[in-house]
Design a protein around this ligand. Structure first.
Ligand code: DAH
Length: 341
């Protein structure tokens, strides 16, 4: 029996040294120290020993069990450390390897033009105003001196939500003028960019949704000279101070007198080309002195105050600015197009 125990001790210690992984080590433990293990099997044979032999063998078996247990624990510890080291090595990050490039987006040309314009206007003392896209006919038309029956209110041109034509998608940013005059205190100096909607067929220069920027100034002693000076200044800051402008008389229900402002053609600088249809000029905006009926409708004393307003299409502005010939390109959002700006 003594020989058997000695043999068992040697074999098991060797097996522990040989175990290369935690599972293998556990198998060794079960094989030698488990309930049905080899050491237990040897101990079961103790009954056949003499009375002197038995305690000696028992002691020997116990010390082997202790030795094995300790060797197993040490081996387990070593294997755990090794596993950790291997994991740290495998998961190590090389921070010097260049990262995967993430494609960076950019601002839409329209957004750029609107924010450029807004920046310039803010620098001149304007603030930004907003209004709802779903609007009441009273704001989009009536309070802008555009009475029932006016052709602009036609169902063929306007998206109405109801049968009695009271709620609509705003056809212009001009109703924001009314919201501002009804809620802000005087003097007023605002610009208001926004989306507008008309029942237009889609072509190179038309879309049922497009963008406008509205401007409104109301104060004591405002004259048409202020309108001309401000608009010239805005346009020169936007496109360069050598750009020529001209004002033509026009008609809008909410301004009196009214005008349209042209700028020298960006493409041919006045010589005449397909962009300006040979005119040398392109129309940029509409404007005028705010009609006294509009002012008084908002509770403003027209004896004391006067104002000017203007409105233009931001899409056209972007098209001029970036030499884009087809309006649809602005809304299709083809990345190959947008990447160019
Ligand atoms: N709302 C007009 C349009 O949609 C543009 C416009 C003209 C705005 C004259 C104004 C203005 O504020 O004074 O065509």
């Amino acid at each position: 029996m003594e020989e058997k125990l000695r043999q068992l001790r040697e074999n098991s210690l060797q097996a522990i040294r040989d175990a290369g992984a935690l599972e293998a080590l556990e198998n060794v433990r079960v094989k030698y120290l488990g309930k049905k293990g080899e050491l237990t099997a040897v101990l079961k044979q103790m009954g056949g020993l003499s009375a002197e032999e038995r305690p000696r063998m028992g002691q020997m078996a116990n010390s082997i069990r202790e030795e094995l247990t300790e060797a197993l624990e040490n081996a387990r510890e070593t294997l755990r450390e090794k596993a950790l080291e291997a994991r740290l090595a495998a998961e190590r990050l090389d921070v010097t390897i260049p990262g995967t490039p993430v494609p960076i987006g950019r601002q839409h040309p329209l957004t750029r033009v609107i924010s450029e314009f807004s920046e310039i206007a803010i620098g001149m003392g304007f603030t930004i105003a907003e209004g709802p896209e779903v609007e009441l006919a009273s704001y989009n038309f009536d309070k802008l001196n555009t009475a029932e029956g006016h052709p602009a209110r036609d169902r063929q041109d306007t998206f109405y939500f109801d049968d009695d034509d009271q709620v609509l998608l705003r056809t212009q940013t001009s109703p924001i003028q009314i919201h501002v005059m009804e809620t802000q205190s005087l003097p007023i100096r605002v610009i208001a960019p926004g989306r507008v909607y008309r029942k237009d067929e889609v072509d190179a220069t038309h879309s049922p949704m497009f963008h406008q920027i509205e401007g409104l100034v109301v104060d004591e002693g405002i004259t048409f000279a202020d309108l001309k000076g401000t608009l010239n200044d805005l346009v020169h800051r936007l496109y360069g101070s050598d750009l020529r402008t001209r004002f033509r008389p026009h008609h809008f229900p909410f301004t009196e007198p009214s005008c349209e402002m042209d700028v020298e053609c960006f493409k041919c600088h006045g010589a005449g080309c397909p962009v300006c249809k040979g005119e040398g000029w392109v129309e940029l905006l509409g404007g005028g002195m705010v009609h006294p009926k509009v002012l008084s409708g908002c509770g403003i004393d027209t004896e004391k105050y006067s104002g000017f307003a203007f409105g233009f299409g931001s899409d056209r502005l972007a098209m001029f600015r970036f030499n884009i010939s087809d309006l649809r390109l602005l809304f299709e959002n083809d990345v190959r197009f947008l990447e160019q700006f």
